[in-house]
Design a protein around this ligand. Structure first.
Ligand code: AGP
Length: 614
């Protein structure tokens, strides 16, 4: 998704903006630009492709811009219009005095464009954003007050936006506002920073204020004034950001993804801290407001998510139904929001989102909330829009996840579901105490089992080299590891661009088996448990069609050596916890294949870390 930065203060602004945009690259983009307030005018510089191209463009303008101390910047993930220079932000009005950057989608931009064209505005780009630039300029022509112009303009806008606006009449004022897209203001000494996300400002300040929807902030080096959509001044909620700049360094790893995979033992330890002290103690979820009464009145649970979070949700279904005996439906957010759902005050709706800003999931949650459901959010960003909608919250505390491919946040989401399912089972008394104690004891052993996997990745790397040039890949599993097959295939797809598919193994013979031959690797997630023998049979069926077989397993069954070309072994673990263990080698396999192929592992083409458009 797009990224916005802004600065007003007394320091040279160019590098502050460029470094801030660099920290937002993980959001995904295909062009960039900055606008700088100079003595007599606002200068705009843009470039297609990566930020290095913008830096190179600026090299020949250093003398013109080195004294500027106010500016805005943007990295664009193309929605309306190709990733060209003309469509890159910032966008301006026709005279060039009003300049802004935008993240989100203006749903009524066509109507605005028609109206503004009729008023004489000349559009140069294909973007929805340019309509906002002309609209704010048209209001400013009447109000001669930038804040009021933004306030009036946003009343005519439908859709999602985070805006950072400047005007040539103001030598040191930024106006920012947002609706259904993230925006925060970093507070320095005599200077302010604007950003779409924490990484862009964390090295300058840990004091910040998150804007809420429809709030407008007018920022000068001396002060910030916050108003609501009606112009009434509001109190400011200043927070201390819980992250350290070190979270934004690779700490010696070649890619953020590999670093974040290796952080998973500590991520699991962290999420247990304060929630599970010992196997014979109750689970503590302080921000979950569910009790015997609310659970008794529940007639169903709906879990809504996208992408990797949807796969975590699918594991959550197995766990909640197994431990609590409550029916659970899992649905992609993008499907949920466009159908007549049976959601009501007796439904617990669980939203799962690493970023807490995914537009489809946020929209779905708001729809469910409007129907009276209890909203429980599982997220890595307790500072997000989704967290602010929550009646109950389970923060996964995985730390900032920079790589576009979700890894540690997925494992953290799984842990959140184990804790939540057992927490609800304790309330319902639906699991006997000895079993509960054993499950908690097993959960506390997971970090060291993940450590064990990470301590020797030779077999995974050998496997990666053997299959790096395959064009297709099938991952199969059964039961609670069917979501593991889907997530393992998604990891490979999204960073290596190989056509990997996850299937329930029992489905192979209903069609996909027709694809099998010596060019098709089949990876079986063959974990000890209730479906082991069935999956072994499915693997033999695949082998009989000459597929190249790989096993990911904790079985010591000798006959696997004849059936599988490669065997990736993992520590033994109770079946219900096997998704946590099985996922780690699949993340590594995807990583090493993509790295072997020389792909842009942390920022795969076309992808964004947080999809804030529907
Ligand atoms: C996963 O590797 C992808 N980055 C993507 O599928 C992601 O999980 C999805 O966009 C949902 O994001 P969220 O968890 O922030 O809502």
């Amino acid at each position: 998704m797009c990224g916005i930065v802004g600065y007003v203060g007394d320091r040279p602004v160019v590098d502050i903006l460029l470094d801030g945009l660099e920290q937002l690259e993980y959001r995904g983009y295909d062009s960039s630009g900055i606008a700088l307030k100079c003595a007599d005018d606002i200068k705009v510089y843009k470039a297609e492709g990566k930020l290095i191209n913008l830096r190179n463009t600026l090299k020949s303008h250093v003398s013109e811009v080195s004294s500027s101390t106010m500016g805005i910047g943007h990295i664009r993930w193309a929605t309306h219009g190709a990733p060209t220079l003309l469509n890159a932000h910032p966008h301006t009005c026709n005279c060039g005095n009003l300049v802004l950057v935008h993240n989100g989608i203006i749903e009524n931009y066509k109507e605005l464009r028609e109206k503004l064209t009729a008023q004489g505005c000349v559009f140069r780009s294909q973007t929805d954003t340019e309509a906002v630039a002309h609209l704010v300029a048209s209001k400013y022509a009447k109000t001669k007050d930038l804040t009021e112009a933004v306030r009036l303009a946003t009343q005519e806008i439908e859709g999602a936006y985070a805006l950072c606006v400047m005007h040539n009449d103001y030598k040191n004022t930024l106006v920012v506002t947002k609706r259904n897209a993230p925006l925060l203001v970093g507070i320095g000494e005599g200077e302010f920073y604007v950003a779409s996300d924490v990484p862009a400002i964390i090295k300058h300040t840990k004091k910040a204020m998150y804007l809420n929807d429809n709030q407008i902030a007018t920022i000068t080096p001396e002060k910030l004034v916050l108003i609501d959509k009606d112009g009434n001044e509001l109190p400011q909620k200043i927070e201390v950001l819980p992250w350290e700049p070190v979270a934004l360094s690779k700490m010696g790893y070649k890619h953020f993804m590999l670093k974040e995979i290796h952080e998973q033992p500590d991520v699991v330890r962290n999420i247990l801290v304060g929630k599970l002290h010992a196997p014979d103690e109750p689970i503590v979820l302080n921000e979950v407001k569910l009790n015997k009464e609310t659970l008794k009145n529940l007639n169903r649970i709906q879990i809504i998510a996208c992408g990797t979070s949807l796969h975590a949700a699918m594991v959550g279904k197995y766990l909640i139904e197994n431990f609590c005996g409550i029916a659970v439906d899992v649905e992609a957010s993008s499907e949920y929001i466009y159908r007549k759902t049976v959601t009501d005050a007796h439904t617990l709706v669980i939203g799962v989102s690493q970023s807490g800003e995914t537009a489809d999931t946020l929209t779905a949650i708001k729809q469910a909330k409007a129907k009276g459901s209890h909203i429980l959010i599982i997220t890595n960003r307790p500072d997000s829009a989704m967290a602010r909608e929550a009646d109950s919250l389970v923060p996964v505390n995985a730390g900032i996840e920079v790589s576009v491919a979700a890894t540690k946040s997925y494992t953290a989401q799984l842990m959140a579901f184990y804790l939540l399912a057992l927490y609800m089972a304790e309330i319902k008394e639906s699991v006997d105490v000895p079993t509960m104690t054993s499950l908690k004891a097993e959960m506390m052993l997971l970090p060291q089992k993940i450590d064990q996997i990470l301590s020797n990745t030779d077999e995974v790397q050998k496997c990666a080299r053997a299959y790096a040039n395959t064009k297709d890949f099938i991952y199969v599993a059964r039961g609670i590891n069917f979501p593991t097959a889907l997530e393992g295939a998604l990891k490979l797809k999204e960073i290596s661009y190989i056509n990997a598919t996850g299937y329930p193994a029992g489905e192979l013979k209903h069609g996909p088996i027709a694809m099998l031959d010596e060019t098709m690797p089949v990876l079986s997630i063959l974990m000890n448990g209730s479906v082991y023998e069935k999956l072994l049979s499915n693997s033999e069926e695949a082998k009989a069609r000459n597929a190249r077989m790989i096993a990911l397993t904790n079985s010591n069954d000798e006959k696997l050596n004849d059936l599988f070309e490669h065997i990736i072994r993992v520590p033994d673990v109770q079946e219900l916890f096997s998704p946590v263990i099985a996922m780690v080698p699949l993340q590594l396999l995807a990583y090493y294949i993509a790295e072997f192929l020389g792909k842009d592992v942390d920022q795969p083409r076309n992808l964004a870390k947080s999809v804030t458009v529907e």
